[in-house]
Design a protein around this ligand. Sequence first.
Ligand SMILES: CC(C)(COP(=O)(O)OP(=O)(O)OC[C@H]1O[C@@H](n2cnc3c(N)ncnc32)[C@H](O)[C@@H]1OP(=O)(O)O)[C@@H](O)C(=O)NCCC(=O)NCCS
Length: 161
Amino acid sequence: MSQHRTLFSVCSVPAEWVYPLRSAVLLEGRSDSCRFRGDDEASTLHLAVYQDERIVAVATVCREALSGSVSDAEWRLRGIAVEEGLRGYGLGRLLVKLCLDHVQKEGGRLAWCTARETARKFYELLDFVSFTPPFTLPSRAGVRFYEMHHVLPGGHGPDVD
Ligand SMILES: CC(C)(COP(=O)(O)OP(=O)(O)OC[C@H]1O[C@@H](n2cnc3c(N)ncnc32)[C@H](O)[C@@H]1OP(=O)(O)O)[C@@H](O)C(=O)NCCC(=O)NCCS
């Protein structure tokens, strides 16, 4: 009896390669807004998980200070998206861990993200916390977001006045 084994691999990719899944999963298929500030910075990391030859999960982390901060040790996690049929298998956790490893390697002390309500628990399980009330964005009416922080080893909370 032959068995088909699915092979997953993860690697860093150019920004353009994460856009299709980012658009499909996070932006309801819109491609006009799939480029984020920081995507093209040299320090930014874009990760893709491949199932055989196909990208099935993506994540990005870029250096970006929190609002009101001028710290260069704060990094933003963005565009974490796992194809629907492959959720719950640890791909999201793996991508966040690899992004945090990158932040640490680059001397970052705090990672943050804007988590939609439906993903809040996922981030909490990965030791992200939110201190402020939820907010909405003009571009995403009806969706509640939370700013969530993860302090890296040796780091501390936000450098906000
Ligand atoms: C949120 C998302 C990235 C999680 O990826 P995933 O590969 O399914 O997550 P994992 O399998 O690594 O899950 C890690 C843990 O979080 C839990 N979890 C994952 N998604 C969750 C969710 N939406 N709500 C509650 N818990 C969740 C898992 O059960 C698992 O818990 P366990 O370790 O106790 O078993 C994925 O569901 C997704 O792409 N969702 C749509 C896009 C999105 O919301 N992205 C985040 C933007 S803010």
